[in-house]
Ligand binder design. Structure first.
Ligand SMILES: NC(=O)c1ccc[n+]([C@@H]2O[C@H](COP(=O)([O-])OP(=O)(O)OC[C@H]3O[C@@H](n4cnc5c(N)ncnc54)[C@H](OP(=O)(O)O)[C@@H]3O)[C@@H](O)[C@H]2O)c1
Length: 264
């Protein structure tokens, strides 16, 4: 999967946009059990309205800790033990998404301490064991040593690392290399919104002209060539169609190299 449809900040348009994304050809959906930023029930409605069979979809959601929630809309009892919080979050997601399993469950960010992250991870591993979740991941984890330690210590290895793809993190060079070498899918978010300079660069503009595609598509394609799965948050049908055509042209390895030369 090269692109995943991102559902953040779509509010009351969520169902309509998820349905549109699926009808346009997206098969991966990213959401979160975090009402502050995601309308997860709307995602479930959009999937249902699309009529697409569950088996064709990759559904990913997130457990968001109390720190990442709006105190007025926490989808579990914040005073309950961590295991109960995470279990309630999973049950809510399954209900919202109208499914009995998730393809991917992501811890939205590391917990306050490494021990707490491990504790939460063990709870999530239980969902893999009982079949409600196929794989686990973590997001907003920019510390290479932290991620490697987590990877080494847990039984059910992270299958996904979802991070903001931007210059402040040095574009996660070390983490991405580790992911490539260890079967972890690196998912980038804010790939467009955080990188206007790259999209407007002479290199990307020239390649967009050469291949008669948009700058966004050139960038998505280059990312995909280096193993980055992009989360695409567009609200526009034209952009969906255009973006899904990212594999529809041949790009030279040295051109990908030139674009990655800008990612530093
Ligand atoms: N794990 C986390 O903490 C975290 C944090 C943030 C986001 N995310 C995930 O990442 C997803 C994507 O985030 P995002 O929407 O902020 O970032 P994005 O996909 O990089 O940016 C989307 C913005 O770019 C514009 N755009 C212009 N041309 C486009 C094109 N060809 N294709 C797509 N977009 C184009 C869109 O406008 P139009 O609507 O007009 O196309 C929209 O304003 C979120 O929905 C969420 O699932 C995760």
């Amino acid at each position: 999967m090269k692109l995943i449809y991102g559902t953040a900040w779509k509010k009351e348009r969520t169902a309509e946009l998820v349905e549109l994304a699926l009808r346009t050809g997206f098969r991966g959906i990213d959401t979160a059990c975090q009402p502050k930023h995601y309308n997860e029930p709307g995602v479930g409605l959009g999937i249902s309205n699309s009529g697409i069979d569950r088996s064709e979809l990759f559904l990913q959601t997130k457990y968001t800790s109390v720190n990442g929630q709006d105190p007025l809309s926490i989808p579990y009892d914040p005073s309950a033990p961590l295991e109960i919080q995470i279990t309630k979050s999973l049950e809510t997601s399954l209900k919202n998404l109208r499914t009995d399993y998730l393809d991917s469950l992501v811890m939205h960010s590391p917990m306050d301490t490494f021990e707490e992250t491990l504790e939460g991870w063990k709870v999530m591993e239980g969902f893999v064991k009982d079949g409600r979740v196929k794989q686990l991941g973590i997001s907003n984890c920019y510390d290479f040593e932290y991620f490697r330690k987590l990877f080494n210590e847990v039984e059910q290895k992270p299958a996904v690392l979802q991070n903001r793809f931007y210059s402040d993190s040095g574009y996660d060079v070390e983490l991405r290399e580790f992911c490539l070498g260890n079967g972890v899918s690196y998912q980038g978010f804010w790939t467009l919104s955080a990188n206007p300079d790259i999209l407007e660069s002479e290199v990307v503009v020239r390649l967009a002209e050469k291949y008669s595609v948009s700058a966004a598509v050139v960038f998505y394609r280059c990312l995909s060539e280096r193993g980055v799965v992009s989360l695409c948050g567009t609200t526009c049908e034209g952009h969906m169609i255009e973006d899904l055509g990212l594999m529809g042209f041949g790009i030279e390895a040295d051109e990908v190299g030139l674009v990655f030369g800008l990612c530093k």
